[in-house]
Design a protein around this ligand. Structure first.
Ligand code: MN
Length: 193
């Protein structure tokens, strides 16, 4: 029941987040051949503004809430708190979660694209490396998005709850020192919308 926590936190008669049908046969997900898995970053104006970073993994979205958001600055380490798996369909969700519901507030898609692991030949290999990385507490991925590009690491902190990770930009050609979250990322090598 990988989506049990997700379902338990939400009342789907009161929120337009994906709910009905999740985990059933009628969910359309592209096949795993000839594509990379997707990632999405949702800007979430909840009681505390944060950015939700999600990676497609074996039909679900592994999810971290990042209070300060992702960064392209390799000198900065941002806390990323592992939260409950989300259904794959959540990648397209934007809108308002009504007052009184879990995570009430506006959700915008801030970035999206695909990801893969270094030198992986296909999606299966990427997913198995990410699965392995989640176990050992060190996930390395290459993002191809509109705002986020290049290599990133997620590193688990050694705290009791194992929920706290750091997201760190690797110092590669897409790194931008001094980058701030509201920058539009207009720079050679960074694709604009
Ligand atoms: Mn959130």
């Amino acid at each position: 029941m990988p989506l049990k926590d997700y379902k338990e936190k939400r009342d789907f008669s009161n929120t337009s987040e994906p709910g009905a049908g999740i985990g059933k046969q009628d969910v359309q997900r592209p096949g795993r051949k000839d594509r990379h898995p997707i990632f999405v970053v949702q800007k979430h104006y909840a009681s505390h503004l944060h950015y939700d970073f999600r990676l497609e993994l074996e039909g679900l979205l592994k999810s971290w809430a990042i209070p300060k958001g992702p960064t392209l600055d390799p000198a900065v380490k941002h806390l990323a708190v592992l939260v409950e798996d989300h259904p794959y369909e959540y990648k397209d969700f934007s809108g308002i979660i009504p007052e009184g519901n879990y995570g009430a507030g506006k959700v915008e898609i801030w970035d999206n694209g695909t990801y893969h692991s270094l030198n992986s030949k296909d999606m299966e290999e990427t997913e198995s490396r990410v699965r392995e990385g989640l176990k050992k507490g060190h996930v390395s991925i290459i993002l191809e998005g509109k705002r986020l590009n290049g290599e990133f690491a997620l590193i688990r902190l050694k705290d009791a709850k194992k929920k706290n990770w750091l997201m760190i930009k690797k110092d590669d050609e897409f790194a931008v020192r001094g980058w701030k979250i509201d920058d539009d990322g207009v720079r050679k090598g960074i694709k604009k919308n």
